[in-house]
Design a protein around this ligand. Structure first.
Ligand code: PHE
Length: 451
């Protein structure tokens, strides 16, 4: 007997879960350092344009595929393409990408959790400079035991939620964690902008200097929009497959995109004013959060607690994303192989954990082990974020815009959204057929160094 497919208990439950998938390390760790390295406000404006003309239309398309077919990525493409093996392959690529992203993303998530513990222990109290914090970061992340321990603990947290199911696990956890995340980030923003000398940071975030923008910046902004919105690998498709057809899809998609963008912007306002107040430079690169922030909190009144809050925030945001990644794999195995959710969650968490160990060790004993000149960690990140996600994105846009076709897709989009205006469907159709595939293709080629 095939068990009936679970459905989200409420519209808000779906929105919070999907926004939880979108809001993650991409918003709090990656977005601020990209802004810092690429001209502040000018980058932010570019990012917003990309979200609006590519992000939102593809979010709608991806959720729509899942909701219409009510299946995992492979099953959904099979159903809507009448078993076309190419499109099923696109679904399979999504599941595979989920595997890879989860394996290294969980390692960084583990560092965040480890930093919560270190913050509570007071390990950062005596650090005086970012260099000292950098050394501590290297020491911790290169210690195989520390990195693997927290990688494993984080995987157990993720597994626990998926084990409990869609409504009792993902939805319940998102309903608790997303408000906590919002409150924590607002506390930290208020702390940041009220520091002495914070004004320079605020100016940096609102005053645009377009002279620093190049094509590479545009492509970086688009790639970031993609990663941040969890697009191109079936996470939103899978969440959409648990969505009722009575729910208004376009307006839910808009809420998800607004929440994700809001949190990215708030992350900027949490970090830059404090950074400038400390007299530090904005272009610190990927190590911004783990090297600079722990020290920064030392010169802030109440810094001990704010540091704990910050890494807690990072961990919570990462957890709502890791569960969406594991859910893609779980829904695939449960649907296609009829293995129970509980068994699948346990077995595949173990497999992903093992796959992530080389990534966890990439900063330590395995740092000299390289494939194509990249450490295991960097290779996994490069393959997933720069190759598989854009590829998946192009295919989703082409599938909905051309293969399945706007004519077939529109009636499904309007289910639950009967009042969706015609001019909106026309704009969506134009963006999904022409703008999204072309722009994503440009990103893809640029990531590969072809243009
Ligand atoms: N969107 C998540 C973030 O911003 C990352 C992610 C990508 C999650 C793809 C799921 C799927 O951190």
């Amino acid at each position: 007997m095939v068990a009936e497919r679970e459905q989200w208990g409420s519209r808000i439950g779906f929105i919070l879960a999907a926004a939880g998938s979108a809001v993650g390390l991409g918003n709090i760790w990656k977005f601020p350092y990209l802004v810092g390295e690429n001209g502040g406000a000018a980058f932010i404006i570019l990012y917003l344009i990309c979200v609006l003309i590519v992000g939102l239309p593809v979010v709608i398309a991806e959720i729509l595929i899942g909701r219409t077919a009510q299946k995992n990525p492979v099953g959904s493409f099979r159903k809507l393409s009448n078993g076309n093996p190419f499109w099923m392959g696109v679904g399979a690529l999504g599941v595979f990408t989920g595997f890879i992203i989860l394996s290294y993303y969980n390692v960084i998530a583990g560092w965040s959790l480890g930093y919560v513990v270190e913050s509570i222990k007071g390990s950062f109290q005596n650090l005086e400079s970012p260099t000292m914090a950098g050394e501590l970061f290297t020491q911790l992340s290169s210690s195989g035991q520390w990195a693997v321990l927290f990688h494993g603990l984080f995987m157990i947290l993720t597994m626990g939620i998926i084990y409990c199911g869609v409504t009792k696990g993902i939805e319940k956890a998102s309903k608790i964690m997303m408000p906590i995340l919002l409150v924590l980030i607002i506390i930290l923003v208020i702390r940041g902008v009220t520091l002495k000398g914070a004004k320079a940071g605020i100016t940096y975030l609102v005053k645009a200097d377009f002279s620093v923008i190049t094509t590479k910046t545009v492509l970086l902004a688009l790639g970031q929009a993609f990663f941040s919105l969890s697009l191109g690998m079936g996470a939103l498709l899978t969440y959409g497959s648990y969505m009722s057809k009575k729910v208004n899809l376009p307006s839910s998609a808009l809420s998800i995109v607004i929440l994700d963008t809001l949190i990215a912007l708030l992350s900027g306002f949490m970090i830059f004013p404090a950074l400038f107040a400390m007299g530090l430079k904005p272009a610190q690169g990927p190590s911004l959060i783990f090297n600079i922030l722990p020290v920064m909190f030392n010169s802030i009144p109440g810094g001990y607690f704010f540091r704990i809050f910050f890494f807690l925030l990072l961990s919570v945001a990462a957890l709502t994303s890791t569960i969406s990644l594991l859910e893609v794999i779980t829904s695939f195995i449960v649907d296609e192989f009829h293995i129970s959710r509980k068994k699948t969650a346990i077995i595949f968490s173990c497999i992903v954990f093992l796959l992530g160990v080389p990534s966890a060790l990439s900063y330590g004993s395995w740092s000299s082990f390289k494939i194509f000149g990249l450490t295991f960690f960097n290779l996994a990140d490069f393959l997933a974020a720069n190759i598989f996600l854009p590829l998946g994105g192009i295919f989703i846009a082409i599938f909905v815009g051309w293969f399945w076709g706007i004519k077939n897709a529109l009636p499904h989009l309007k289910e639950g959204a009967e009042k969706f205006p015609n001019y909106c469907s026309n704009i969506w159709s134009f963006l999904i057929r022409f703008v999204a595939p072309v722009l994503i293709l440009l990103v893809f080629l640029s990531c590969l160094g072809i243009i």
